[in-house]
Design a protein around this ligand. Sequence first.
Ligand SMILES: *Cc1c(COP(=O)(O)O)cnc(C)c1O
Length: 240
Amino acid sequence: MGVRENLSHVIEQMTKAAKKAGRDPGSVKLVAVTKNVSVDIMREALAAGINAFGENRVQELVAKHPQLPVDVEWHLIGHLQTNKVKYIIGKVHLIHSLDSWRLAREISRRAQERGLTVEVLVQVNISGEETKYGLPPGEVRSFVAGVAELPGIRVRGLMTIAPLVSDPEQARPIFRELYQMASWLKQELPELPLDFLSMGMSNDFTVAVEEGANIIRVGSAIFGPRPNPRRDNHGEKIGG
Ligand SMILES: *Cc1c(COP(=O)(O)O)cnc(C)c1O
């Protein structure tokens, strides 16, 4: 099947999941994950109604960025190395993977240099898998409060990657926990605009939407299986 058909299937599933949970389907943003996807295919996705692309490598994002219309939203969803921040400031709409102080300070510094404010999500390692990036849940509150003091960077919510499981139901407790953490954080830090919850991928986005995701990151369900899935490890530490 082509991109257009896949996309309408994903939107249908997403809509069904939102309705099932009593949520407005229009409140869920679909980020099309385009790692290893060609610019030509991305243009097809644009024509089919997508306006936000997620990349997990800086190099790939920077290479594709000038080839697509300026009103496209770019989301950096993979682990971001401090020394690469300078390449994406001013190009990304949202960084989903803030996971350290060092990175927060570098984003702040580079954004200030450019007179910009960069919006970020804090990646939380809910599952506790050692191979995954992200802050342990217990550190999130003080981290978010600390980053809020930095100029040029604005925390807009949380992101997590669920373990890859055969039955997406097994990911439900992870999503529920991130939702609860975000709700608690909003009460603790009511002055911060913590509006976004980025969770759910091809395998589990319906469950994530049922559990309150308002950004889902979907790649292979739209573009088909990637040629070399071992090399894209969903942001895990090994092999990336
Ligand atoms: C690759 C990737 C996705 C999308 O994965 P699919 O299973 O292809 O939908 C989502 N989030 C992150 C962080 C990724 O690296």
